[in-house]
Ligand binder design. Sequence first.
Ligand SMILES: [Zn+2]
Length: 283
Amino acid sequence: MPELPEVETVRRYLQACLPGQQVAEVTLYRADLRYPMPVEELRQLPGQTLAAVQRRAKYLLLTTASGPTLLVHLGMSGRLFVEPAAAGDAPERRKHEHWRMRLQGPQGDQWLRYVDARRFGSLDVAAEALRHPLLAGLGPEPLEGAFDAQVLLQACSGRQVAIKQVLMDSAVVVGIGNIYASETCYRAKVSPLRPALSLTLQQCAELVRASRGVLEEAIAAGGSTLRDFASGDEKPGYFQQRLDVYDRKGQPCHRCEQAGVVSAVVKAVLGQRATYWCPTCQP
Ligand SMILES: [Zn+2]
């Protein structure tokens, strides 16, 4: 599943090739993905010029110069392709291609095509994207200043739930997926199973710092999802980031090993998600 770093990688790719392009034509091959698509609004789209590609949580926001914003979610398996378009020519529909747009402008003629085998993705149109029901209740972005130690401490206050589940709660902070939550707890030297209310302000500060480090490194590496995923042009959109604990059950903890201590990574299922940590250096 594309996680925040993969979506950010796609955003950067689209931001490099879409702004300034005008929508010439929209083709829908079905009326719904995860949710029904706004067929009428999408029919009104030709003539609009794409202004910027932004991201909120795992939603891509394609803003237009004077009109609505397109909200695209890649779901479990969605991929976007931008391809040069030959004049008067339309490529064959790809397997699992659900919508496409013909674009014209300074980048030449292009196709923007959405392919999604499992159809958990979505496409919507909003006059004010940030007020869209899917976005309105979201917590702060993890890479922005609004997510800080105080905010996390407040979110932990009075909660017996495991800290990893707080980190994965999109009302607290968006985009820290399962892999990154385990890695964040490792870096902060906090057990992912710790009851949230037991954390200190200092530990919250460590967790905030660790989450930024993990996500920024993943973005720098192009994202690190374990599933097949491409950004745009069929080149892999990610490279496997070095993971310290995730999927390393029974293997030596890197940090303990460096300190000359023998300790193996353990695994538990928490909230139905595989969770990994070192019981020695993550109390
Ligand atoms: Zn350790």
